[in-house]
Design a protein around this ligand. Structure first.
Ligand SMILES: Nc1ncnc2c1ncn2[C@@H]1O[C@H](COP(=O)(O)OP(=O)(O)OP(=O)(O)O)[C@@H](O)[C@H]1O
Length: 480
């Protein structure tokens, strides 16, 4: 019988001899080290990653073979190596910013762990498990580069946006509202008074006077300016569609509702909701709107879940809303809810002195849009513009200037091509405003064979919606 020492010295066989099959099958590299730091076990994955064969390394100091230098090539002393530190203090470690050197002198980034191994409660060595993380590092690097590009782009966009906003403000004055007449000054004063409150504003005025521009100014001057301003043209939707447009809908709420959709109220949360052509709301939509204004909450079409929102409401109409209340077409309670702070945008014919500045500002911005530099506007032409009644207001003037710029060969606007109806009646044949307007409408009707709507109709010629033309005809008692 051979005498066995009381505490036999552990050998490599104590390194998991039963588990070598399992270790050999692992895709991570596995090294076993004895207490001197010499290799006692190497699996095939480690061989493949480093290029060193097991038989070339067993019994040798692995640190000297492929952990001798840092990634930058500087010396890596063995006592600094986390694996060897584990051999001495038995503390497990994980490292993700190191490299291993291959037999051929190249290196690869590794993630590794060093774990102490015990036999009969005595430390006998360390197991190091490592993975080649070149791919991950490469992907990480690409992602970092992509992120840096996205950040640079978004910074550029933000500064371009800031630049464009400044340009726009420079071109059109603080509010984008050209004009210096008393009515415009009063309008700007009202805007400044109410902009930074949460009060509902009702903007009234004829078509093309600048109601939407006023709404945008109110939003831009409010504390909500960095939140969205969401616009809805109530005349553009049928009453059924308008409800889902305003309040959103659940999937399957109606035929064609193939997905859940947020409504404009939800989209405008914390911002401003601009309801244009408010008079066109159906009575059913009016009562729903009233509830939202009262409770600041609503349900999506097809849902019973109540959604709360914080919204500043601005409404606009070219109709006389009070008259529509009298006619039973508009709910009185909603009218009072909307009419908290009414603003009336004056028609262009009541502020003709603004026409020169409007022409100058509009010609500059339209010239830029059309790629033409406008150098001159004839005084005779300007006078003609100031004598016209402008039923289509600033929009009509804008369209006229655009046409004139397109037709002008030399960057000079003379307005010679204006139809006869634009020229002023002589002093002896001076008409009242209503007479002039009626005459203008009748001329357009005659020219279109009394067709009101459609692209060949008088409304299109006058740059106004057919409904507006009909109501003007009614007001001015124009019949065929
Ligand atoms: N004071 C102004 N200064 C410069 N541009 C203006 C002014 N008023 C209106 N405009 C321009 O005229 C056009 C018509 O204005 P806007 O759409 O705001 O009118 P609106 O009253 O909302 O018209 P509608 O009732 O038809 O919706 C816009 O292009 C707008 O920028």
């Amino acid at each position: 019988m051979t005498d066995l020492p009381l505490n036999p010295m552990p050998t490599s066989r104590h390194f998991l001899p039963e588990n070598t099959l399992l270790l050999n099958a692992m895709s991570e590299g596995v090294y076993g080290f004895d207490l001197d730091g010499n290799a006692v076990f190497i699996n095939p994955a480690a061989e493949q990653m480093t290029g060193w064969k097991s038989e070339e390394l067993i019994g040798k100091n692995i640190h000297d073979c492929h952990h001798h230098s840092h990634a930058d090539g500087s010396h890596y002393p063995q006592h600094d190596c986390p694996i060897y530190r584990t051999l001495h203090d038995a503390i497990p470690r994980q490292v993700s910013d190191d490299v291993f050197w291959r037999k051929d002198g190249s290196s690869f980034p590794v993630y590794y762990s060093s774990t102490p191994v015990y036999h009969q409660q005595k430390l006998v060595g360390v197991i190091a498990i490592f993975r080649d993380v070149s791919m991950q590092k490469h992907t990480e690097q690409s992602l970092r580069q992509a992120l840096a590009q996205v950040q640079a782009l978004s910074e550029r966009l933000a500064s371009e946006n800031q630049y464009l906003l400044t340009e726009l403000q420079g071109q059109q004055g603080a509010l984008g509202l050209s004009g210096n007449s008393q009515p415009i000054k009063q309008l700007i004063q009202q805007i400044n008074l109410v902009a930074n409150t949460d009060s509902t504003v009702l903007i009234c005025g004829e078509n093309g006077t600048g109601k939407e521009l006023v709404a945008r100014s109110l939003h831009r001057l409010s504390h909500r300016k960095n939140q969205p301003m969401v616009s809805v043209n109530c005349a553009a939707f049928s009453s059924a569609l308008l409800e889902s447009e305003l309040f959103g809908h659940e999937k399957g709420a109606f035929t064609g509702a193939t997905a859940r959709r947020k409504g404009r109220f939800e989209l405008a949360h914390n911002g401003t909701l601009f309801l244009d052509e408010i008079a066109e709301l159906s009575l059913s939509a009016q009562s729903k709107l009233l509830r939202v204004i009262q409770e600041q909450s609503f349900e999506r079409v097809g849902s019973s879940e109540t959604i709360s929102v914080n919204i500043r409401l601005i409404a606009a109409t070219h109709h006389d809303l009070a008259a529509r209340v009298e006619q039973g077409l508009f709910r009185m309670d909603l009218y009072y809810r909307l009419n908290v702070f009414p603003i009336t945008v004056p028609p262009l014919r009541e502020r003709r002195e603004d026409i020169p500045q409007l022409v100058s500002d509009l010609a500059t911005s339209l010239g830029t849009k059309l790629g033409k530099k406008i150098t001159k506007v004839s005084t005779k032409g300007l006078k003609k513009l100031q004598q016209y009644t402008w039923p289509g207001n600033v929009r009509e003037l804008q369209n006229l200037i655009e046409r004139e710029i397109i037709l002008s060969p030399n960057g000079q606007l003379s307005f010679n091509t204006l139809p006869a109806l634009v020229s002023a009646p002589s002093a002896t044949t001076m008409l009242t405003m209503a007479e002039a307007e009626a005459a203008h409408i009748v001329t357009a009707l005659n020219a279109t064979h009394w067709r009101i709507s459609g692209p060949q109709g008088a409304a299109a010629m006058l740059n106004m919606p057919a409904s507006t033309l009909r109501s003007r005809m009614k007001k001015l008692a124009i019949t065929r």
